[in-house]
Design a protein around this ligand. Structure first.
Ligand code: FNR
Length: 186
């Protein structure tokens, strides 16, 4: 078996009961055992201000960047806000990308899953996010994952109860594991 790979999970929702996080956890549960998932919280990151990096960056920035650097890969799980990605997620991306020339994201293999209670599965957020990942030089899995009607997929206790979605997320997780293996730095 290949060596374990650490996947930093970035959840674009700050809600405690986030359905997007439930989908990320379901992927973790269905993934091959050589992937180890760790959510890196984004809710305590001050809004990015370039001046901070010219003087004394907030401790939360450094801690976040260190956790991304330590990971072999990144899974982005995002809801959609107004047909785009949530501000908190964009802020986290910006924080991780600086100071210029020292992006913590650089070269990390990534995957994107977008989640919505609606039918379109947060397609707009998914693709807006992909635009930044191109610029950040993150080899991103092509396997598309738009999880729609998301509130109907989980039981009251948060278990994934939709078999079709479980099958889809299992295939997604396996493809991601192969992608990480091919594209991880070492
Ligand atoms: C939304 N929501 C939403 N949903 C969607 O499919 N497309 C959209 O463009 C939007 N826009 C939007 C804007 C704002 C400001 C909010 C607060 C919400 C609904 C959104 O999908 C819903 O709140 C989800 O529950 C968010 O995901 P979490 O927090 O459950 O993970």
């Amino acid at each position: 078996m290949s060596q374990p790979r650490t996947v930093a999970v970035i959840v674009g929702s700050l809600r405690k009961d986030s359905v997007t996080r439930k989908v990320a956890r379901a992927i973790e549960a269905l993934a091959p055992t050589n992937l180890r998932f760790e959510e890196v919280p984004i809710g305590d990151l001050p809004l990015y201000n370039q001046e901070y990096d010219e003087t004394d960056p907030p401790a939360a920035y450094q801690a976040f960047r260190d956790r991304i650097r330590a990971a072999d890969a990144v899974l982005f799980a995002t809801p959609e806000y107004n047909r785009g990605l949530p501000g908190a997620l964009k802020n986290a991306i910006d924080v991780g990308s600086r100071p210029y020339g020292h992006s913590a994201w650089n070269g990390k293999p990534a995957a994107v899953v977008s989640v919505s209670p609606g039918a379109i599965g947060a397609f707009g957020a998914n693709h807006q996010l992909r635009q930044s990942l191109v610029f950040l030089n993150m080899p991103t899995l092509q396997h598309e994952a738009y999880v729609g009607n998301a509130f109907s997929l989980f039981s009251e206790t948060g278990e994934l109860v939709n078999e079709g979605t479980a099958g889809f997320l299992t295939a997604f997780a396996q493809t991601f594991a192969d992608w990480v293996e091919k594209n991880a730095a070492t």
